[in-house]
Write a protein that binds this ligand. Structure first.
Ligand code: ADP
Ligand code: MG
Length: 141
């Protein structure tokens, strides 16, 4: 069954001009782009988006990082999309990410790890609605 996920190209990849490379890799891997937008998150928005991590020691740094510059938010669709995209991007820590994954190729460290990706279909729906309305996505669901 077709499923959706949300990815965010993180500030470092945007400032290093890797948007095109990353989008090309995503498209070539068979993920369909349903919505795409550049935003500069406020610290409050980043805090809200990452609220599930509020007890983690890296929460403050993560919020600062994700609000430090422009990001590109993208809604993707594919069969088994959430799991397939997590596999495609590689492990959270780029040093441990599998060869050929975008976190391996474009990530710098465990924080600046190229992209965000939803971790479950339920969280994907919440995260997609954080940035996009149903109208934005054109296709209904
Ligand atoms: P993932 O992005 O792979 O789902 P998590 O949900 O565990 O990983 O963490 C969310 C984000 O927080 C990571 O993508 C990364 O930017 C940051 N992060 C995770 N673990 C650490 C850590 N140990 N130190 C610093 N930042 C971290
Ligand atoms: Mg996560």
């Amino acid at each position: 069954m077709k499923e959706r996920t949300l990815t965010i190209i993180k500030p470092e990849c945007v400032s290093q001009k890797h948007i095109g490379d990353i989008i090309q890799r995503i498209e070539k891997a068979g993920f369909e782009i349903l919505g795409i937008r550049m935003v500069h998150l406020s610290p409050e928005e980043a805090k809200q988006f990452y609220l599930v991590h509020k007890e983690r020691p890296f929460y403050g740094d993560l919020v600062n990082y994700m609000s430090s510059g422009k990001v590109v938010v993208v809604v993707l669709e594919k069969e088994n999309c959430v799991e397939a995209f997590r596999k495609f991007i590689g492990s959270t820590n780029p040093e441990e990410a599998e060869p050929g994954t975008i976190r391996k190729d474009f990530g710098t460290n465990i924080q600046n790890n190229c992209v965000h990706a939803s971790d479950s279909p339920e969280n994907a729906r919440t995260e997609i609605s954080f940035f996009f309305s149903q109208r934005d996505l054109i296709l209904n669901q």
